[in-house]
Design a protein around this ligand. Structure first.
Ligand code: F6P
Length: 328
């Protein structure tokens, strides 16, 4: 595709949805209008690009959505886009609808797709990190993470009420495919006894020791926050194993799962999404492409897609240390 003046920008959400995606869509659409560019919405991520499920958006199409969870554009994990034929059809639709550039809102899978597509067809694409997992290089926070952590912390608070009434040990599983970030932050915020994360694994023996130590200090109940680590439900096996060695408490498991993906975004997520949406449009107008927008130390940052998604190294071990000190 020849480089030409950008007159029409397509925006889509892809992969797992995240609270704040609507605020990002709104910001992209309104920034387009501000710069006299036509915004179009692509439904169901790359699947909608292949199907031509695309329509023009206006200022009013994004009214009253900044506070809503989910994504008005819907989302999908497209298998077809992984094939050259799927991407060819997607590009034919880009031409048919006169789209000059794309804003992709999503996580690692979304950006890997964007990288291949923009290289194959020379179409400018910038990314906005939208995933509750906070598992990308190049940004302090992804859109949706703060909301998910707040949802998790308030759920753990409620579990604490019932755990302490009945002297119980609870395993609370939170999302995070390859990342313990939701687990660790919500665990600190809710004052849990232990956090199990994929980055720094703890074996059953260590966990039992820790729980015995707490029981020895007269804790009437204990909460263990477990990151799913790509195996949703594995807290059930873990609870069974622990219970075989340590039966001081009655043991229960709660899996928060997709609950963490829903709900109204926090102020932090709404503002992050609004800022990133405007920067996405401005960076396309400044001829940027192939990069994910991030905010690092409150400054805008651009990270090439391949770096944003490869060998992700954003785990803050200091937080684990803090959690350890506070959980006695
Ligand atoms: O959005 C990322 C994530 O929340 C992961 O933590 C989780 O493993 C995954 O999505 C599950 O998503 P789905 O059930 O939509 O495939």
């Amino acid at each position: 595709m020849e480089t030409r003046k950008i007159q029409k920008i397509g925006v889509f959400t892809s992969g797992g949805d995240a609270p704040g995606m609507n605020a990002a869509i709104r910001a992209v659409v309104r920034a387009c209008i501000h710069y006299d560019i036509k915004p179009v919405g692509i439904y169901r991520g790359y699947d909608g690009l292949i199907a031509g499920d695309i329509e023009e958006l206006s200022s009013r199409s994004v009214s009253n959505i900044i506070q809503r969870g989910g994504t008005i554009l819907k989302s999908a994990r497209s298998m077809e886009f992984k094939t050259p034929e799927g991407r060819k059809t997607a590009f034919e639709n880009i031409q048919k609808f006169g789209i000059d550039a794309l804003v992709a809102i999503g996580g690692d899978g979304t950006f890997r797709g964007a990288q291949i597509f923009s290289a194959e067809y020379n179409i400018p694409v910038v990314g906005i990190p939208g995933t509750i997992d906070n598992d990308l290089n190049g940004t302090d926070f992804t859109i949706g993470y703060d909301t998910a952590v707040n949802t998790a912390a308030s759920a753990i608070d409620k579990i604490r009420d019932t755990a302490s009434s009945h002297n119980r040990l609870f395993f609370i599983e939170v999302m995070g495919r390859h990342s313990g970030q939701i687990a660790l932050r919500s665990s600190i915020a809710a004052g849990a006894e232990a956090t199990l994360i994929p980055e720094i694994p703890m074996n059953v023996e260590e966990l039992v020791n820790l729980l015995e130590h707490g029981a020895g200090r007269k804790k009437s109940s204990s909460l263990v926050v477990v990151a799913e680590g790509g195996k949703p439900g594995h807290s059930i096996d873990l609870a069974r194993e622990v219970n075989e060695r340590f039966n001081h408490y009655d043991t229960k498991v709660t899996i928060l799962g997709h609950l963490l993906r829903g709900g109204s975004p926090t102020v932090a997520d709404r503002v992050l999404a609004s800022r990133m949406g405007v920067v996405a449009v401005e960076s396309l107008l400044n001829n940027k492409s192939g990069v994910m927008i991030g905010i690092v130390n409150n400054q805008v940052n651009f990270t090439p897609f391949d770096h944003a998604t490869t060998n992700v190294d954003n785990f803050d071990s200091e937080m684990l240390r803090i959690a350890g000190i506070l959980s006695v």
